[in-house]
Design a protein around this ligand. Structure first.
Ligand SMILES: Nc1ncnc2c1ncn2[C@@H]1O[C@H](COP(=O)(O)OP(=O)(O)O)[C@@H](O)[C@H]1O
Ligand code: SF4
Ligand SMILES: [Mg+2]
Length: 332
């Protein structure tokens, strides 16, 4: 059976920013698809290029300081990178919605929740005030905010962090987007609230038939909520796989490092493993494999040539140095 056409297809995307030393590459040749009703996890340490990739989808980088030397972002048969701004505005917040880490900075403190949820409904769906208010109350119910009819007239500061993030989600799903991009949506919240919000996203995904791109630095979040995962490091995709095989048999040493950093809930209390060193910034020149300065399995050959992303079993890709794969990690 042929796989369903992806809802979004990012192809060979590179993004550069202008810095002191000229143009620097933040992400390079990134490709991934998101299928219908799929939750794609995008994981990697801070600085690996997750947000740059996500923001590029809706062209949210400043035009004066960023450029896109290569890539296509196909959505509904159109390339979002070349779409006229007017048409892209119709997609933003309607067909593709985004939520970010910090609910407070996503909400306007001087507007009531009603005003903020009603705005996209009036803008994109042309509802009048009364209809938009009714729909806004229904949306608060949908994101499980108790007593929605009363809460709707509150200002954001009257709500807890978790409730505010529910409001942000209500705004994001107001126009029933085909794709919801959630960039570290729970990082600012405490652990119990985190899992409630992630469960809510999962429920809404099924109820609304949405696709979700879930961005996180936390493999634990990926394990619980993603169907498939791409692992990013230093601006590149270094491995992609369905979640279960990735956890069963990670192929890339960086993926191994991220998995070892998941805090254990049971068993012997141990030191939280983390990968030594830190992620290189875009200005750093690295010969060969970009992970080699931190890789516990690095060989001299790893500094000679950058490994390509290659097929690595059913639905999987991983970076193996060509012709060296018998020397290094888990070649298929
Ligand atoms: N607006 C920007 N200008 C210059 N560099 C940026 C900008 N946004 C991100 N970067 C750089 O791009 C790299 C990837 O960042 P980002 O995608 O935000 O990482 P993360 O995986 O934590 O979301 C980082 O080195 C970051 O410093
Ligand atoms: S190519 Fe070499 S340095 Fe890079 S991840 Fe594999 S073993 Fe490590
Ligand atoms: Mg980020």
């Amino acid at each position: 059976m042929a796989a369903a056409a992806p809802v979004l297809s990012v192809q060979d995307l590179s993004v550069e920013f202008h810095g002191d030393g000229g143009w620097l590459t933040a992400i390079r040749n990134v490709s991934f698809d998101i299928g219908p009703r799929e939750c794609l996890g995008i994981v990697g340490e801070s600085g690996s290029g997750k947000s740059v990739s996500a923001l590029s989808i809706l062209r949210l980088h400043a035009r004066t300081t960023s450029r896109v030397p290569s890539g296509r972002i196909l959505f509904g048969g159109r390339d979002l990178l070349t779409l006229p701004e007017r048409e892209l505005r119709r997609i933003r917040g309607a067909e593709i919605a985004m939520i970010f880490q910090d609910p407070m900075s996503s909400l306007n403190p001087v507007l009531t929740i009603a005003d903020q949820i009603m705005e996209p409904l009036r803008l994109h769906q042309g509802l009048d005030r009364a209809a938009a208010r009714q729909r806004a109350i229904a949306l608060l119910d949908l994101v499980r905010i108790p007593d929605a009819g009363r809460r709707i007239d509150d200002y954001p500061h009257r709500l807890s962090g978790g409730m505010r993030q529910r409001v942000v989600i209500a705004i994001a799903i107001a126009c029933q987007p085909k794709l919801l991009i959630a960039d570290e949506p729970t990082t600012a919240l405490d652990v119990t609230i985190q899992s409630q919000i992630l469960q809510l996203l999962k429920d809404l995904q099924a109820e609304l038939d949405m696709s979700v791109a879930l961005i996180t630095h936390d493999m634990g979040v990926i394990a619980q909520f993603a169907d498939r995962v791409i692992v990013m490091y230093a601006g590149q995709v270094i491995e992609s796989a369905p979640v279960l095989p990735l956890f069963d048999q990670p192929m890339h040493p960086y993926t191994n490092g991220l998995l070892a950093a998941i805090p254990r809930l049971e068993g012997v209390p141990g030191r939280l493993s983390s990968i030594p060193g830190s992620i290189p910034d875009p200005a750093q020149q690295i010969a060969g494999c970009r992970f080699n300065p931190r890789c516990p399995e690095a060989l001299p050959a790893c500094r000679q040539r950058a490994p390509d992303l290659a097929p690595a079993g059913t639905g999987r890709l991983s970076r193996f140095p060509p012709r060296l794969s018998n020397l290094v990690h888990n070649a298929p």
